[in-house]
Design a binder for this molecule. Sequence first.
Ligand code: B12
Length: 453
Amino acid sequence: MPRPTTNPKILLTTAYRHSKNDYYDAIGANFVRTPRFAIPRTVASGLRFIKQNVPDIEIMEYPLWHEFTAKLAEGWDVVGFSFFQHDIGEVLEMAAEARRQGVKEIWAGGYGALDSIAEEFADRVFYGYSEEQLLAELFGRKLDRLRHPPLVWPLNINLPPAIPYKKLGIVNTQRGCPYRCTFCQTPVHAPHPSRIPLESIEEIIRYYRSVGINEVWIIDETFYTFPSHSKAVIDMLARYDMHWKPMTRADLCLEHLDSWVDRGMVMVSVGVESVNNEILAKIGKRTNIELMQEFRRRTIEKKVFVLAYYMLGYEENTYESILRDIEVIRKNLWFDLFQLTVMTPYPRTPLWYDLESRYGIFERDYHKFDARHLVWNHPNISPRQMDKLLRMAMAHLNIPMRNYIKGLIGLGQRRIHQKGFGFLWDDVARPFLHSLRYNERKQVSLPRLEKKP
Ligand code: B12
């Protein structure tokens, strides 16, 4: 793209909300019982990263329709959309409205842009992480250091009503993933893993501390891909006295469990995906059930809360085999919380090409690509049966006093042991009071880290 002589006016936004509280909640969607956790998606990580590093661009996260149209009326050279697959329906409506209001150039980016429809409605499609490209192409500048924006998620407890419990600081320490699981889009989106500079990570941890946040979630695809970098991050988290939760692999976590717990890890999330070793081998997961059982045993011992990702609906599955697997989990692998999804082929993954060619992907409603619906012609299970299986799995695997509340009590015991009843202030009252005060929807720009003399 030729560099424009004057700075173009660029607005990047996300799918719109249908009503005030219509924030997608991928965690809350895993429960049929109460109390339950909720993490409404109120901030758009990709757009915050762009804004932090390319400040001349304006961003708008999850607007209501009337907010979006009012914004369009301000006049823009470019309107770009950041979206997931299941947001495409809303984005198509928004792009049409932008064209109607005279916007000449529409952009698409994020994971949803891997769908071929992006080429149809957008003039430009961006693949993968884009800060450097945007800065160079639009403003002829080089990125001296990728900076990490403030990314804060609300963690609520729904009794109901929804009680704001705490605000979590989100940290990305690296991008991409060296593993090649057949269902995952990351190898297409970011095929070459890279590190986020340690200086930027320290900047963001210091920011979280300064605004009263004491828990961070590391949402890397696979934390500890770069061991020496990750070790430095862990030391930093310990130095700032943070509680932290990485998203990683069970084998990596098992190997480092003692030292991670000593440095403040309280929770971990890992992909279990299946309780069948043949399926695990077939999807390229490179784990097995024996390893998972050992991981479970050790995390119980260390009182670490485990969020397990689990997929239903492999080609080999039948209605009955899924019910049997649920029982296997309850007996041998009952983690503290399950994020349950239905295996969904996403564009350009090996799984997508395979299922499309052999069975066909029938679903045309993009909303159903939220990993909670059967979207392809499964040989043994119908979409209705899959809905029922998903609900049954939730009902049998996420039970307050059998796992997730019990897991929290375990965490509380560990904290009492460390801090005495000071934990009531540090872990309960203070996060709650802070949660009422901090508005994560407000865009804040991060001050530069002052170098120590
Ligand atoms: C954090 C996360 C979440 C969070 C989202 C929080 C939030 N506020 O966004 C939670 C836990 C809620 C979540 C839930 C789900 N997630 Co998720 N999630 C991720 C994860 C781990 C990180 C996303 C992220 O923040 N990346 C960091 C930012 C900086 O990167 P980015 O968003 O890609 O943005 C960069 C570029 O894409 C680009 N860019 C982005 N948009 C645009 C737009 C324009 C115009 C331009 C120029 C550039 C550009 O520039 C950005 C900066 O470099 C990814 C895997 C991954 N590592 O990316 C999966 C992932 C995105 N999730 C996925 C899925 C399937 C889901 C769920 C549907 C699963 C489920 N059923 O529970 C839900 C749906 C959530 C939803 N509706 O938003 C899939 C997406 C598949 C797809 N095509 O839709 C992924 C890729 C996981 C996977 N490997 O399969 N998720």
